[in-house]
Write a new protein. Structure first.
Length: 221
């Protein structure tokens, strides 16, 4: 049973992101095609073509990354279909970089609804996604599978980060009615959220990775 736990968790993760993946892809596509994108979402403005294109493309690319990264990490895909893992790995790399870049273009041109604090942490999130995607592919090409695996784990965490962000909000509003959160995203909860949706999960991943590599190392005693 323990052998199948990673597969089960990754499948559950991918399936649970489904609603957000559909929402994000659909919103991005409609924003990109519309003559009046400002009517579709507050994220778009009618007079900022480049920022709109950046955020719309990041939503569509991000939708595939969110759903695709956990599936790409499935042990069966890695072991039984290495060719598929390799080809889809390149696709995910390009889309992860596009997701991060699209978000960064939007932040540079438009900022974010929550002001400088939100913009700062979203920019760090975007830069981290680009950096992690580059390292994942770099170590795969260098055939350093230990490092490739570690960076891939970090990339999966970041890939589902945007979904985690929405899940934190859904749980918070369901349990507290939205204490310390407001429509301008400037409440204490909102300000903590921009860090809490990815930094703690990256730290947990780091602890697990270090624990695993310590277990693999032969004891010096
Ligand atoms: C991981 C995949 C990602 C998906 C699926 C995704 C999806 C979305 C969606 C659907 C929105 C529209 C807001 C909403 O309706 O909730 C949005 C907004 C935004 N995203 Fe992403 N995103 C992803 C990753 C990123 C990354 C890596 C960055 C960092 C650069 C980023 C930066 C932004 C920004 C700046 C906004 C607008 C914030 C605002 O002012 O409201 N996103 N994203």
């Amino acid at each position: 049973m323990r052998r199948y736990l990673p597969t089960l968790l990754l499948l559950l993760l991918a399936l649970n992101t489904g609603w957000f993946v559909v929402y994000s892809g659909d919103l991005g596509l409609r924003g990109l095609m519309s003559q009046a994108p400002g009517e579709i979402s507050r994220v778009f403005q009618d007079d900022t073509i480049l920022a709109n294109a950046g955020i719309a493309l990041h939503m569509m690319a991000g939708a595939v990354v969110t759903f695709g990264a956990p599936l790409q990490a499935l042990p069966i895909v890695r072991r039984r279909w290495p060719g598929l893992h390799r080809r889809f790995g390149y696709v995910l790399f390009v889309l992860a970089v596009a997701t991060g870049l699209g978000g960064l273009v939007y932040i540079t041109l438009n900022g974010t609804i929550g002001g400088w604090w939100m913009s700062l942490w979203f920019a760090i999130y975007g830069a981290a996604m680009i950096w992690t995607a580059i390292n994942t592919i770099y170590y795969a090409l260098a055939k350093d599978m230990r490092r490739h695996f570690a960076w891939a784990v970090r990339l999966v965490v970041l890939a589902v980060g945007s979904w985690i962000y929405r899940m934190h909000y859904a749980i918070w509003y369901a349990t507290t009615g939205g204490i310390a959160s407001n429509k301008a995203f400037t409440g204490v909860f909102d300000q903590i959220q921009v860090v809490a949706f990815f930094v703690p999960y990256l730290l947990i991943a780091e602890i697990v990775l270090r624990w695993q590599s310590a277990r693999r190392r032969p004891s010096s005693a």
